[in-house]
Unconditional design. Structure first.
Length: 182
């Protein structure tokens, strides 16, 4: 900010807000509280405005608490909401992959059963972000910007996988990720 003294330099913080240094009394009058206010304005306006549908959060909590035995749930962004697209109570990893679109982004929650290195059979919930290279740039940006809303809503998922092509989304990759946390 050293080179901004005496200039009215607007900082865009969203579609309806424009903040300039003069709004804070000029460069020399920045206080810690005004800096914090400015950062919070910027942070809140950078989100995509997409939120998670309440039914998705309720279903996730049921899966997490073993009230609902779903093998996988696939989510998509529909307007301003992350909504459920598919939910399967049983099926293989190949069945899961068959429902993932090749040229569009998705989120998925996968209940992976596996055998630990010490021989125990267990399962872990895996949150997958699918953003293929072939997807439209706008779609990839919206999904990337909305991922944090899903992470906050799905509290307790420790295993997260980001995949951009099918070589990054194999059963072996998911198994290895689960075994790291077993």
């Amino acid at each position: 900010m050293a080179g901004l003294r005496g200039r009215n330099v607007p900082k865009s913080v969203g579609p309806r807000f424009s903040v300039s240094i003069e709004h804070f009394g000029g460069e020399s009058d920045f206080s810690p509280s005004s800096c914090l206010f400015f950062l919070l304005l910027c942070r809140n306006s950078m989100s995509t405005g997409v939120s998670v549908d309440d039914s998705c959060v309720a279903k996730f909590n049921d899966i997490k608490l073993s009230k609902l035995k779903a093998k996988f749930v696939i989510y998509k962004i529909d307007g301003p909401m992350i909504v459920e697209e598919h939910c399967k109570m049983e099926g293989s990893f190949d069945d899961f992959l068959a429902l993932i679109p090749e040229e569009d982004c998705r989120y998925a929650l996968y209940d992976k059963e596996f055998t630990t290195n010490d021989g125990r059979t267990t399962s872990k919930l895996v949150l997958i972000t699918w953003a293929p290279d072939t997807a439209k740039v706008k779609s990839k940006m919206v999904y990337a910007g909305s991922k944090e809303a899903l992470n906050r809503a799905f509290n307790g998922v420790g295993i997260k996988i980001n995949a951009t092509d099918l070589s990054e989304l194999t059963e072996e990759v998911v198994n290895d990720a689960c075994k790291k946390f077993a």
